[in-house]
Design a protein around this ligand. Structure first.
Ligand code: SF4
Length: 94
């Protein structure tokens, strides 16, 4: 919810009025969760949800899952992969 001086508007209304699509997500974690496992679960979700239209997303998600299943993550490679996926995928999932 967003407020200004004179009114209270919902984020959905704000997004519509700004001619933008706004997607929100909420991830709840407990102190029992392992952040590495959470990250791996998320990338496995993105791999499953990728429609496969563009190669950076399709192959990148698969590669990220492989890297993140290793005992030690290659952070530099993951960062490079993320940069390529972000800059060359055609929708927000990639
Ligand atoms: S970035 Fe979007 S369009 Fe491209 S493969 Fe992933 S889900 Fe499909």
């Amino acid at each position: 919810m967003i407020t200004n001086k004179n009114s209270v508007i919902t984020t959905a209304h704000f997004a519509k009025s700004q001619k933008r699509i706004l997607f929100l997500g909420l991830l709840l974690l407990s102190n029992q969760d392992k952040i590495r496992q959470v990250a791996l679960n998320m990338i496995e979700f993105f791999k499953a949800e990728s429609c496969g239209q563009c190669t950076p997303c399709r192959v990148g998600c698969e590669k990220a899952v492989t890297i993140m299943n290793e005992k030690e993550w290659d952070i530099e490679l993951l960062e490079d992969l993320c940069e390529v996926m972000e800059s060359s995928s055609i929708c927000g999932l990639g």
